[in-house]
Design a protein around this ligand. Structure first.
Ligand SMILES: [Zn+2]
Length: 230
């Protein structure tokens, strides 16, 4: 069983119950910035150049999402994960058409909602091929609840990306959310010692960055930041 928490800074955080992996969305955001700037430099928004830029931007987003969904499904197959629970952003987005022309007006939340919807669709398709089930659950409350003790009141706080609970638990906030999403379809684990296990891994997630030159995700130290010219 794996849980995926969608986020703005970390596009996806995956909890496997004994290990967590962060996938930062920096590559998506950098592209957004780059193409918005290039687009502003073209005088005619209906020109061939403008259309070329739009196409290129869409291709790059699609490539990122395909690579990420493929990576996560492959990782689940490797770990023998039968079910992936994906957090649903619910009310955050309004436009489900993903109309690229509107992105500039709506900002990052829409970019994110659109991208995560597409990511979820790709994940569903790729997981199905591998015989892995994908379940969508509302992520409501998952960021506020402590994955160690289950409390969800005022005794927890998030400070600089860290989730700190009065019970003594300190973990990465996104990992805490992903673990709570994973538990949404694990009703029994909460009582069979699931919450008493060592949860130090929630404070030490692995980070995998998108390596554009290789077209894959790799551990942070292996990714060489290259010139962003498309
Ligand atoms: Zn706690």
């Amino acid at each position: 069983m794996a849980g995926i928490d969608p986020g703005i800074c970390n596009f996806a955080t995956v909890s496997y119950g004994d290990e967590a992996v962060l996938y930062p969305g920096g590559a998506l955001k950098e592209d957004e910035y780059y193409f918005a700037k290039k687009r502003a430099e073209t005088d005619d928004s209906a020109s061939r150049e403008a259309r070329r830029l739009d196409r290129k931007r869409t291709d790059r987003r699609t490539h990122f999402l395909h690579t990420l969904s493929k990576e996560i499904v492959a990782e689940c197959v490797k770990r023998g994960v039968g079910t992936i629970v994906v957090g649903d952003l619910g009310g955050i987005r309004e436009d489900e058409n993903g109309d690229a022309r509107n992105w500039g007006h709506h900002g990052n939340l829409d970019l994110h909602g659109w991208a995560f919807d597409r990511f979820t669709q790709m994940l569903l398709y790729k997981a199905e091929v591998e015989g892995v089930e994908v379940v969508t659950k509302s992520e409501q409350g998952t960021s506020k609840t402590c994955s160690a003790c289950g409390r969800s009141d005022k005794r927890q706080r998030v400070y600089r990306g860290l989730y700190v609970c009065e019970c003594g638990f300190v973990g990465n906030a996104d990992c805490n959310g992903a673990e709570n999403i994973r538990r949404k379809v694990l009703p029994n684990l909460a009582t069979d010692g699931g919450r008493d296990r060592d949860n130090g891994w929630l404070a030490q997630p692995a980070v995998r960055l998108f390596d554009r030159s290789e077209g894959r995700f790799a551990p942070r130290e292996q990714v060489i930041q290259t010139d962003r010219e498309p």
